[in-house]
Design a protein around this ligand. Structure first.
Ligand code: SIN
Ligand code: MN
Length: 242
């Protein structure tokens, strides 16, 4: 290699691969988990869900309308409960949770488990008592962020199951803040989730506070299927009866 290029100057940082990182036990970031064609396919499904029985809406939390717009599959989430019908929107039953998402969720857990033994061996169920049952998400919260949308620090704790949350991002990058399980303040780590990135939080990190401090407009890769803003899908096991 040409000596002048040995410091990496031939390739900008954006072309260097981003390695997977374990932020805390059970919290794994896998950059570039989804290929571009998979991102575009999922983005096209979002258009269909948005035209479905329950339109995207911004949930109201403690009197404030959230800036994201959300569509749910399997179970409808409202602060702070799940139901089959979107009782705070139009009363319609939400679309079913698709089988392909179960497969995607399982492959996401398997990818994350390669980097963190907390998630390994017992897909989706670090608790040895449940070791035999594979990860079986039954709800997806699909959030669309416009350029100025954010999400404050919170825990995902309306589920009865402590199986991991699988988070997938498509479109503009965001600054994602991953905190601790005790407080919504420091210590926390800020990372950039890009289009195609996977983030899993389970095990000891399942109830960690997290949020989105900003969207980075204009960073969506061409061909990801999201022209503006950011799509985030979180898969969860509600632990509620079918
Ligand atoms: C969420 O916490 O439900 C969404 C997180 C994200 O958008 O990355
Ligand atoms: Mn959350």
């Amino acid at each position: 290699m040409d000596a002048q290029h040995e410091d990496g100057s031939l390739f900008g940082d954006d072309l260097l691969p981003r390695p997977a990182r374990v932020l805390a036990p059970g919290a794994v970031w896998v950059p570039g988990f989804l290929r571009l064609d998979q991102q575009a396919w999922i983005a096209a499904r979002f258009e269909e869900w948005a035209d479905g029985p329950v339109p995207p809406r911004s949930p109201t939390v403690r009197g404030h309308e959230m800036s994201v717009r959300t569509v749910c599959l399997g179970w409808h989430w409202r602060p702070y409960a799940y139901s089959r019908e979107a009782v705070d929107v139009n009363g319609n039953r939400v679309l079913p949770f698709p089988d392909w998402m179960t497969r995607l969720g399982r492959s996401a857990i398997a990818a994350a488990a390669q980097h963190d033994p907390e998630l390994a061996g017992t897909p989706g169920q670090p608790d040895p008592e449940h070791a035999a049952s594979p990860y079986s998400p039954d709800t997806a919260l699909v959030n669309h962020y416009s350029a100025d949308a954010k999400m404050g620090m919170h825990q995902d704790k309306d589920e009865r199951s402590l199986a991991p949350v699988v988070s997938l991002s498509i479109g503009d990058a965001c600054t994602f803040r991953f905190g601790n399980t005790e407080t919504r303040t420091k210590p926390y780590q800020d990372i950039t989730l890009e289009s195609g990135d996977l983030f899993v939080f389970g095990g000891p990190s399942r109830l960690a506070f997290h949020g989105v401090t900003r969207i980075q407009p204009g960073t969506a890769p061409r061909g990801c299927g999201i022209a503006e803003g950011r799509l985030n899908i979180t898969l969860r096991e509600t632990g509620l009866d079918g």
